[in-house]
Design a protein around this ligand. Sequence first.
Ligand code: ADP
Length: 441
Amino acid sequence: MFDFWRRALIFPFVLLLLSLLLWAAAGALPAALLFGVLLLVYLFFHLRQLAALDYWLVNAEEGVTPDGSGLWEEVFSRLKRMVRKHRKEREQRIAALQHMEQATSALPEGVVILDEADHIEWCNPIAEQHFGLDGVRDIGQQITYLERQPEFVNYLGLRDFSEVLILRGARQDGLTLSIKIVGYGENKRLLISRDITHLERIETMRRDFVANVSHELRTPLTVVSGFVETLCDMPSLENDMARRALQLMSEQTQRMERLVDDLLTLSKLDNALNALQEETVGVTALLNALHQEGRALSAGQHILRLELASDCALLGNAEELRSAFGNLISNAIRYTPHNGEIVMHWQEQGGQPVFSVQDSGIGIAPQHIPRLTERFYRVDHSRSRATGGTGLGLAIVKHVANRHQAKLEITSEEGKGSTFSIVFPAKRCLPAQPEELFSIP
Ligand code: ADP
């Protein structure tokens, strides 16, 4: 800094000195003239450098950097260094950006960057294919304007992205996309789309196969079971061994029939084309009927109570709800020792209708609870089989709950008992049916 001032002031100082000397030698006028002319020259010199700087600032992009002289030489050389550094950094940033773009373009998933109002800021080539976008023309467009499927528009509008959206027939027929939205930065969102058409086809084939096999098995099984029963009832059957064998055959065919029925129920619930047929379900009447059936199943071995703390009806499918509630009750009976207590509750918790079955049975160790709704997952295989279980009951309950946007909650303590609850969304709670009020015990 000191050097700068030294160099900047040296000329005015010399000029002043010269003028003073001239004043002393030749008088004031020539001294003033010399001072004025040289000062003008000095000013002109600086103005020329300033003009060069101004020109350079305007045309900086063209890389015309002035050389400058005197004091300005150093200023310009510093500027040049700054510009070079800035250019290098910019090139590095561009290279990094291109690298990122190449990497996201190579992703097998579609990626779209959306702003807070769902305008497209950027998309990769796979997203262009999935949604029929143009990565240049459609930038700044609202995505719901280009992808108008109601499920997609609702999904974006709900702003709850905890679950993925399965979008069928998006843009191209037969294309199935799995869509996930992830928030980042300030209100920015990343839409990730994955083509799951192939996976869906395999899944449909698997479901169809299970449904077809179950369906095909049903008729021969009914015939065999019918004949076995007829043979069992024949009074002429005196051979003990034959009677025992027939008894065993009858038990096993019944088990297979239950399995086939549960598999068919599951495939029906699984079928995406089978939309939920909603009606008003009088839950109190349904539970009274299930209470009676439960008593018959328990055959007096348990205390079975029904507690109705709510009289609300449900918007749902009666057949599916009967199957789910029935499975929970039958499980409670099958996994509770003699003289145990089972209570069925129908209540509202924070406006949400809840059906729960509480038992004082064998309970479940915590590590098994998350896996109970998997198909054929059993804690105790022999007990499940001995009590006529198929291993599919809770999978059916979970499916029915999902189709009603309800949650299955399980709390249990080994050796003390379990509570299985189906918590329905408040919007499914309907006013009590007039005829139902009479059936509340
Ligand atoms: P299963 O036909 O074997 O009962 P489920 O799918 O209904 O099949 O249940 C899965 C497993 O969960 C059962 O095998 C059993 O181990 C456990 N389970 C279900 N309900 C109860 C209950 N109320 N008490 C204890 N264990 C239970």
